[in-house]
Design a protein around this ligand. Structure first.
Ligand code: PRX
Length: 659
């Protein structure tokens, strides 16, 4: 609680400059308030107006919100449109045909630019190619690709044909890939031979082969491979096709398949507190509406901007704020293949300078690691670069601590750029609580106020609003167009996870704890469930535990999070082996083996930072593992709580020692 108390008394407030307000898309608090009032007054009218103004419909909708089967809400459901048409064709018609859509900055610094006309043609050819292979609306594809123009082409081509895609982050293991291929029922996999990051090549197609070898992927008819490096890959004739061969000879005009507003645009897997990752299903129209609107509201996007979101397309940020949102508003964006520290810690700053980037959006973990790097290597300190093109800078994925916020504001934003700290989730589809750069006064560490139409609140366990200053559960009391529609194949889990009966069944439970200060500003306190946030990546403790106990040596495992200066949270695993507890030297070896095992089961991001071995785990007499105590022990603190209900209190001392 101590950190949250101190942030709640944060007194620094940074108001937007008069010049910024004057030119802003939402100019000033009165303009923000007017939008909020409009949504309060006529909720459906507000959303209907925005949906008509923002999107092009092949069949206009007449119903805005259908709540008859809550919480399975439907938006604009008798309307029809095509997402790719709205991202590409609309730009050709709007005079953006020769505008650069994507500036691709590869790992080694080579730059490739594509205009909207070229992107439209590439998407058309690829869509025609996969259509010729027999793929059609309602099919599901898995996209397992590096950051590239081709990944955006693949996503847009699926959207053009009404194929529901599920992108799997390239850092996930073959096992994770296999699970997603099976769960989503994919018949098509789009991948690359290899990816390149930080000067190294990392295989992708081989992971697909490995996933297939594990079984269960027999429904996949084709694997389409983007040739990124030319590295040698295994090939199954008839099944495997090069992306360029699929495109070859195809017309660049592909008639977009008009789909119902609620047609699933994509399924994206994310971690929950129990079981396997869940497939978050998003609809087409409501999602795209919010992607486009938040581009304009949160980032204040203008036609002349050069926008850069550093996320990977494998995460929701890369969906909404790379593959869809920027294109839907005709932006010029940078797509970056590499890592922030290659060839040196100045890479981000150099790239901003090189392309005249005006809007920059990244994660607190990247900021924190670059603060450290800038201090360690003054040659690559941001002050060595010309960052004067920037006008808005953003943060996403995890709480940003006030110190990192101030550094970002001063060193990157030059004390002149509003910092938009955007709170949202895979499930919300787009930004929910965030400053508007030309309106909201900023407080370092607070995501400030909900966007217009987003009825966010903080409630207690009975669903009652808590007083300002008292913490509680972050909820959203009314549906919104970009919200999750269901969990793929598991509507019951959707209801249970997000619309619990205890809160009345119509109030969206975000899974975060939050607090509001006396100005009504929101402060996110972190997850209330067994979900960790490591470097802005969501991880279920159960997932890591299941991975560990799948190892033949492991009898039992308990995983908790520990605050970490760099990654926000770090994974700490407590493990009981089937054999006797190892001595220190042996323990190091086994810990290494288990860490690699977890990387193979899930992906390197899930590797425990620390593993401690015990004869046992702290349990109540009924056999429940006391994770609460393990969290204390993991931090290196001594347990002051009452441990009288513990079966084996002495174990805490044994587990308290780090290797
Ligand atoms: O705990 C919150 C944290 O990230 C979770 C959502 O993770 P994910 O679905 O992977 O989406 C990340 C990208 C939107 C939330 O439940 N989170 C996200 N943004 C913030 C945040 N915590 C604090 N401040 C934020 N700005």
């Amino acid at each position: 609680m101590s950190t949250i108390d101190s942030v709640l008394t944060e007194t620094r407030v940074f108001q937007p400059s008069a010049d910024f307000v004057k030119q802003a898309n939402v100019p000033g608090m009165a303009a923000y308030q007017a939008l909020c009032d409009e949504a309060e007054r006529d909720f459906e009218g507000f959303w209907a107006r925005l949906a008509r103004e923002t999107l092009q419909w092949s069949k206009p909708f007449t119903r805005t919100l259908d709540e008859s089967n809550a919480p399975f809400y439907k938006w604009f459901d008798d309307g029809e449109l095509n997402v790719s048409y709205n991202c590409l064709d609309v730009n050709l018609a709007n005079g953006n045909a020769d505008k650069v859509a994507i500036i691709f900055e590869s790992d080694d610094g080579t730059v490739t630019r594509v205009t909207y006309r070229e992107l439209h043609a590439r998407v058309g050819r690829f869509a025609n190619g996969i259509k010729a292979l027999g793929y059609k609306k309602g099919d599901r594809s898995i996209i397992y690709m590096p950051m590239s123009i081709e990944a955006v082409v693949a996503m847009q081509a699926c959207a053009r044909l009404g194929i529901t895609h599920s992108v799997v982050f390239g850092g996930f293991s073959a096992k994770s890939l296999q699970e997603r291929i099976i769960d989503v029922g994919a018949t098509l996999v789009i991948t690359a031979d290899e990816q390149v990051r930080g000067g190294k090549t990392i295989p992708l197609k081989p992971a697909v082969e490995e996933a297939f070898a594990m079984g269960g992927c027999e429904a996949v008819r084709n694997v389409v491979v983007y040739r990124r490096t030319g590295g040698k890959v295994a090939w199954t004739e008839g099944r495997d096709l090069w992306m360029h061969d699929v495109e070859k000879g195809q017309s660049d005009q592909c008639e977009p398949v008009q789909v119902e507003a609620e047609h699933p645009l994509f399924v994206l897997y994310t971690s929950g507190s129990t079981g396997k990752p869940k497939g978050v299903q998003h609809a087409s129209a409501g999602y795209l509406l919010w992607a486009a609107l938040t581009m304009k509201w949160t980032f204040d996007l203008k036609p002349s901007d050069v926008y850069w979101c550093t996320a990977d397309v494998g995460w929701v940020t890369g969906h909404t704020y790379i593959a869809y949102g920027p294109l839907a508003v005709g932006a010029t964006q940078i797509v970056f293949e590499g890592v922030p520290t290659y060839p040196n810690a100045g890479r981000f700053w150099e790239t901003i300078q090189k392309h005249g980037c005006t809007i920059f959006y990244t994660a607190p973990t990247a900021i924190r690691s670059l603060i450290k790097a800038a201090e360690a290597s003054p040659d690559h300190h941001p002050k060595k670069y010309d960052l004067s093109s920037l006008r808005v800078i953003g943060s996403v994925g995890e709480p940003i601590n006030p110190e990192a916020w101030m550094w970002y504001y001063n060193n990157i934003g030059g004390g002149r750029c509003p910092v938009v700290d955007t709170w949202w989730q895979t499930e919300t589809g787009g930004h929910m609580i965030t400053p508007l750069p030309g309106a909201t006064g900023l407080k370092p560490g607070s995501c400030t106020l909900p966007l217009p139409g987003i009825m966010a609140a903080i409630v207690d366990e009975t669903g009652e609003d808590v007083e300002l200053g008292k913490g509680g559960f972050l909820v959203v009391k009314r549906p919104w167009p970009a919200m999750i529609r269901t969990i793929w194949g598991d509507p019951e889990r959707f209801k249970k996870s997000y619309y619990p009966e205890e809160l009345g069944g119509t109030c969206y439970l975000a899974g975060d704890g939050a607090n509001r200060d006396t100005d009504g500003y929101f402060w996110i306190m972190g997850r209330i469930d067994d979900v960790l946030n490591v470097s802005g990546h969501r991880l279920g403790t159960m997932e890591v535990e299941s991975a560990l106990v799948a190892h033949p040596m492991v009898a039992e495992a308990a995983v908790v999070g520990r605050p970490d200066d760099l990654t926000g949270e770090a994974v700490v695993a407590f493990v009981v082996l089937k054999r006797a507890r190892p001595d220190d030297a042996e323990a190091m070896e086994i810990a290494k083996e288990l860490r690699n095992w977890v990387a193979k089961e899930i992906g390197p991001i899930a590797k425990p930072k620390e593993i401690r071995f015990g004869d046992n785990l702290p349990k109540t007499r009924s056999g429940k593992i006391m994770r609460r105590l393990l969290r204390v022990v993991a931090k290196g603190e001594s347990v002051t709580q009452d441990v009288s209900t513990l079966e084996n209190p002495a174990i805490l001392e044994q587990l308290g020692k780090a290797l």
